[in-house]
Design a protein around this ligand. Sequence first.
Ligand SMILES: *Cc1c(COP(=O)(O)O)cnc(C)c1O
Ligand code: SF4
Length: 338
Amino acid sequence: MLNYLYQEQNWQAQMSDLITDPLELLEILELSVDQLLSGAILASQQFKLRVPRAFVKKMDIGNPLDPLLLQVLPHHLELEEHKGFVTDPLGEEQANQIPGVLHKYKSRFLLTLTGACAVHCRYCFRRHFPYQENLPKSEDWLNIKNYLEAHSEINEVILSGGDPLTLSNRKLALWIERLESLKQIKILRIHSRVPIVIPERIDEELVSLLKNSRLRVILVVHSNHPAELDDLTCSKLSYLAKQNILVLNQAVLLKGVNDSAQTLVDLSQRLFEAQILPYYLHVLDKVKGAHHFDLGAEKIDQIYKDVLASLPGYLVPKLVREVAGENNKTPLFGVTTF
Ligand SMILES: *Cc1c(COP(=O)(O)O)cnc(C)c1O
Ligand code: SF4
């Protein structure tokens, strides 16, 4: 029990000690302040720097182009306007009927219980999404329940974000219990980047909560680069897999971060060592401020071809884009019309 308490404090202590000052981040990495052109400070005011120390430890000291650093450090290029890059590329504001709920795909239902993330990823489409006004309160459960019951085709609830694993185990337990009370719900899916940036989040209490649920539990983590998967992270995630929790990974293809077939091959192999299967490789959402991560169709095609040629099928993530208004993620490669 003492051990639980220690770990619980440990991840929560990490959550309350995040790095939010770009200058501090550069100092830890022994990088010069010149890395930050003036616009970067403004960019960080629009979408704050936010990164756990445990994630910074996985970065290379003295490397301004470290692929993990590039995902979190505010950049002056974020201020540029580019045609087609907008604040709500997925039209999510419209899909929102009950606070915190998104039901776009037939059998599954996305529930956002918190707007908070442990890390702010510069490419994220949620950087402009107004979640704070839009979270379910306890009394909204009745509406959610009614909605689910009126849509018997829904058998899976996805906790997404924000990042659901920034919630306490107690709060998660409450929502899981509510979902378990509905017979139609068979699968609980959790989409989270927290295990990658604060692996201690996978504490005993969380593991026992998930493994004792009536629901089939799937954890979809979000790792873009093999350097994110150090030994602690891998051992925490393979431990979950050993408890019969399916662990999958989704990544985003990002210029300067993981835009080579070799990096993606290494990522898949590292995931597999940790008993995680690659699930999706997302093409960047065209969100305002993320244009400098965009690769262009030709380059994406070439990289993905090389990945296909290098890995067994079960280690190749599906290359997809999310298209507003579509009924599913849109596959981007090898789609033949018969
Ligand atoms: C991505 C997404 C899902 C999950 O899609 P899968 O293809 O089942 O992984 C569900 N709902 C919404 C709104 C989504 O954006
Ligand atoms: S929702 Fe995911 S990708 Fe977006 S900022 Fe949060 S952790 Fe990063």
